[in-house]
Design a protein around this ligand. Structure first.
Ligand code: S3P
Length: 174
């Protein structure tokens, strides 16, 4: 299959960890867009936010995500805010299948609330984060596939993504 498989969802949903494992087991290339931004700019995401501001980061995120989405046969993990960007969503439609790793907000909050590396978390209260998750979920729901992760362990989530990948691969042969 030529298409990429793109993992989307909130911070703390496991996109990077799971993406890396899926890439290993499918022997496909793995791209973690946040890591690429950090390497290309020699700065951590939190430092980019601090030094240049969120708008600057979002612009970098758009350009880097669109560039990476032009790959093929790859597993791509996007940053939590990337799917909200129309240009990125449109690029995904061209040659990628999107999978939303959906978790309840209480689980996500527990995972990210103490994060030192996520500037979005630092600037919002718990109540505001819940609102952000609700608002974003309306857009995340435009993904091609949704996996409700709350009651699944990591292996089961991986299994589900591999099933999606296999089905898409078989369908693309027809
Ligand atoms: C963000 C999520 C982060 C990173 C940045 C902004 C967001 O990525 O891109 O801190 O707006 O949700 P992860 O989802 O990989 O943590």
């Amino acid at each position: 299959m030529e298409k990429n498989l793109v993992l989307i969802g909130m911070m703390g949903s496991g996109k990077s960890t799971i993406g890396r494992i899926i890439a290993k087991s499918t022997k496909l290339k793995f791209y973690d867009v946040d890591k690429i931004i950090e390497n290309e700019n020699n700065l951590q995401i939190s430092e980019i936010f601090k030094k240049k501001g969120e708008d600057y980061f979002r612009d970098l995120e758009e350009r880097t995500s669109v560039k990476i989405l032009k790959s093929s046969k790859s597993i791509i993990s996007l940053g939590g805010g990337a799917f909200l960007n129309d240009k990125i969503r449109n690029e995904i439609k061209i040659n990628s299948i999107s999978v939303w790793l959906k978790w309840s907000s209480n689980i996500l909050i527990k995972r990210i609330i103490n994060s030192k590396t996520r500037p979005i978390v630092n600037k919002l209260s718990e109540k505001e984060l819940i609102k952000l998750i609700d608002n974003r979920s309306k857009i995340y729901s435009k993904a091609d596939y949704k996996i409700i992760c709350d009651k699944l362990n990591k292996d089961k989530i991986i299994k589900k993504i591999l099933e999606i990948y296999k089905n898409e691969k078989n369908n693309s042969k027809n």
